[in-house]
Design a binder for this molecule. Structure first.
Ligand code: F0G
Length: 460
């Protein structure tokens, strides 16, 4: 095998065998990448060669939207690969959302990762992490989650029957659609009396202590799977590179994976330019925005100002600041992939913006009315694109791809409260969190159980 794990810190760069189960560099504590000796591997000369695999879709590895591209994440022998048919997702141009964002006709695309088996983009990463777990003979796998990671890990465990799963979720913080998945897929579910940041800290300790395989995005194999979202975007655009990729930022795994995907494609000569990356935080969970845009922290060739980052988190602890947003999937104040995301922003000449819950819910209503819909966190991408367009950072003639990370049915609470027209429900669920209006509400009409009354309503 010509793959290994490598520390991202330029002064360390220690390497480790892929058979090791690691979530950080044992030498210096930094994050790990999966790296490859590309010159010894059979890499296609053109991305177009992947189209040949469409003809052999009966092979589950060619059917999978992740493993179809397995030569770009070549860490596993074919016989070890785990797939449940992930990655059958599509990219669609959305005129309605494009108009809302302020793009020229045909300039706005939505990448629907909610179409994955468990309803979120996490399945891309979990296919890869489950494969590595199988390679290392893991008996138990675990994750902390705002909901989607747990749903994804649980579905892989129940389908593949290779390992048992325990998931840690923050108490009262998880959307019901997601909790129901973890329970239904038979994962042991621990509700930690704390938030996601607390749950992640605890699961890392427990995994270290008990030798449990950790499936959060500190697992470098997971991010290998998430690179394929970008390959599918390029595939849908007939292998043309868009101008912008816009993605919500929580634990910053996706943005990190996207940056790595483009850096590698460029290095391999498979693309001639790299798109710009916009990472969108919720205003109530805006660590990346504060560090990158307000304090000017940069990757700096791996020499980012760690002192400034540490004092940022120290002040956060001192002031007991907790993340707070209706977009519960990205309610995260301590993004574990911060460094890798800074590297991705460097690779992709990136920007970071924050959007309010009001902006997120309005954008979400537009996505629903102009497409397949999404959960609140996903709509941060559209709200962020609109903001960048208004600022003139995104030009109206650009081609912009917003990643819709999770399915509409994951978190119907906020959706119903937004559209219901029920003032009490609105005040309780949204007003209490600073949302003032529902400008795009599509409220149900209450009508008597009477034919004429119903016809009257239809006429109006
Ligand atoms: N969108 C959705 C729907 C998510 O579930 C998440 C993360 C994100 C965006 C943020 O992605 O972490 O790669 O920046 N959810 C994690 C979870 C944290 O536990 O399900 P990121």
């Amino acid at each position: 095998m010509h793959s290994f794990q490598r520390c991202i810190a330029p002064l360390c760069r220690a390497t480790f065998d892929i058979s090791e189960v690691l979530t950080g560099c044992p030498d210096c504590g930094n994050l790990l990448d999966i790296d490859y000796e590309w010159d010894k591997l059979p890499v296609p000369r053109s991305l177009r060669e992947y189209e040949l695999r469409w003809a052999s879709r009966r092979n589950p590895l060619d059917f999978s939207g992740v493993w179809r591209f397995r030569d770009l994440l070549p860490f596993a022998p074919d016989k070890e690969i785990v797939t449940i048919g992930e990655g059958q997702t599509i990219l669609q141009s959305s005129p309605k959302v494009g108009k809302y964002v302020g793009m020229n006709p045909g300039g706005l695309f939505l990448q629907y990762e909610g179409l994955n088996p468990s309803g979120s983009f996490k399945d891309n990463g979990m296919a890869a992490a489950s494969t590595h777990a199988r390679m290392t003979g893991a008996k138990v796998a675990a994750c902390a989650s705002t909901g989607n990671t747990s749903a994804s890990l649980a579905i892989y465990a129940s389908t593949a029957q290779l390992f048992r799963v325990v998931v840690f979720v923050g108490s009262g913080k998880i959307a019901y659609g997601k909790l129901s998945q973890a329970l239904d897929y038979d994962a042991q579910t621990l509700q930690i009396l704390g938030d996601f940041d607390d749950a992640l800290e605890r699961v890392r300790e427990v995994a270290g202590e008990r030798g449990i395989y950790l499936c959060n995005s500190v697992n470098p194999f997971r991010l290998e799977g998430q690179k394929t979202i970008m390959y599918r975007v390029l595939e849908s655009l007939n292998w043309q590179v868009p101008d912008w990729i816009v993605v919500p930022g929580g634990n910053l795994g996706n943005s990190s994976a996207f940056g790595k995907a483009f850096a590698e494609l460029k290095q391999l000569g498979l693309i001639d330019r790299i798109p710009r990356l916009a990472v969108i935080n919720a205003a109530g969970a805006n660590t990346l925005y504060q560090l990158y845009e307000q304090q000017g922290i940069r990757w700096d060739g791996g020499m980012s100002d760690d002192g400034a980052i540490e004092s940022f988190f120290a002040a956060m602890d001192r002031d007991k600041r907790k993340a707070s947003t209706l977009a519960s999937a990205i309610e995260i104040n301590r993004p574990v992939n911060l460094k890798k995301c800074l590297r991705a922003l460097d690779t992709c000449d990136g920007v970071v913006r924050q959007v309010t819950d009001q902006e997120i819910l309005d954008a979400k209503a537009q996505v629903g009315a102009g497409g397949f819909g999404c959960e609140p966190a996903s709509a941060a991408s559209v709200a962020g694109a609109k903001k960048l367009r208004a600022e003139g950072v995104i030009a109206p003639s650009d081609r912009v791809v917003c990643i819709l990370t999770g399915h509409q049915l994951k978190d119907p609470d906020a959706t119903v409260a937004y559209h219901s027209g029920n003032a009490e429900l609105f005040a309780e669920k949204l007003g209490s969190r600073g949302v003032e209006t529902a400008a795009y509400a599509n409220s149900p009409i209450v009508v008597e159980n009477n034919l004429q009354k119903i016809i009257d309503v239809l006429k109006s």
